[in-house]
Design a protein around this ligand. Structure first.
Ligand SMILES: Cc1cc2nc3c(=O)[nH]c(=O)nc-3n(C[C@H](O)[C@H](O)[C@H](O)COP(=O)(O)O)c2cc1C
Length: 177
C-alpha cells in the first residue's frame, strides 16, 4: 500500500475479529520499531509482545478501565511499550535531564508500530487507559517499570468500515511562511 493510503486507511480498530496474530508478522513489526529514530539514538524503550492466549486475555482485562476498551477483548495480541533509561549524550543530558525526550521517542516508536502493523494487514488501537499494575503483574515486570502505552493488535472484522477522518483543518494546524 502506498504511504498516504496507509495513513488514510489506518484507524483505531474497535472491531477486531478475535483471530490470533502470527508471531512472524509481529517480528516484522518489531523490526520496524527497532529502526525508529530517537534523541541521541538512545532508544529508550522495551517492547513486550504478548501472544500467549491466557496473557492476551489478562492484558485485555487490564485495559478495561472505567468501563472503557471492551474492544480489546477481541484483539489477537498486545504490544506493551515501556520507557527505559535514555542515555543521551552527556552534555545534552546535563542540560535537559536523561528522560527529557523519552516520551517523544516513545510516541515515534508507537507511530512506527501502528503503521508497520497496518502495512502487514493488521489493525491496531493504541490504549493509553489501562491498569498499569495489572499489566506489570501479568508480564512479571518490575514495579517501577515505566509503562507508557499498550497497543492492541489484531485483524479487523470484515464489516469494519473505514471511517471518515475527523481532524482540525489544515490552517488550524500549520502555516507556511
Ligand atoms: C496516546 C493515545 C492513547 C489512546 N488511548 C485510547 C484508549 O485507551 N482507548 C481507545 O479506544 N482509543 C485510544 N486511543 C485512540 C484515539 O482515540 C484515536 O487515535 C483518535 O480518536 C483518532 O482516531 P483514529 O486513530 O481512528 O484515527 C489513544 C490514542 C493515543 C495516541
Amino acid at each position: 500500500m502506498e504511504f498516504n493510503e496507509l495513513v488514510l486507511k489506518r484507524q483505531s480498530c474497535r472491531n477486531f475479529d478475535g483471530r490470533p496474530v502470527e508471531k512472524e508478522v509481529l517480528q516484522k513489526v518489531i523490526e520496524v520499531a527497532r529502526l525508529t529514530p530517537s534523541a541521541c539514538n538512545s532508544q529508550p524503550w522495551f517492547f513486550t509482545v504478548v501472544t500467549e492466549p491466557d496473557k492476551v486475555k489478562e492484558i485485555a482485562s487490564a485495559t478495561r478501565v472505567f468501563g472503557a476498551n471492551r474492544h480489546c477483548e477481541k484483539a489477537g495480541a498486545f504490544i506493551v511499550l515501556e520507557e527505559r533509561l535514555a542515555t543521551l549524550k552527556e552534555g545534552v543530558s546535563k542540560v535537559v535531564g536523561s528522560q527529557h525526550f523519552a516520551q517523544i521517542d516513545m510516541g515515534i516508536a508507537a507511530a512506527h508500530i501502528i503503521l508497520s502493523a497496518m502495512n502487514e494487514g493488521l489493525s491496531t488501537c493504541m490504549i493509553g487507559l489501562f491498569d498499569k499494575d495489572a499489566v506489570k503483574k501479568t508480564l512479571n515486570l518490575d514495579k517501577k517499570a515505566e509503562l507508557k502505552l499498550v497497543i492492541a493488535v489484531g485483524y479487523a472484522s470484515e464489516d469494519d468500515a473505514i471511517r471518515q477522518k475527523v481532524r482540525k483543518s489544515p490552517d488550524a494546524i500549520a502555516k507556511f511562511i
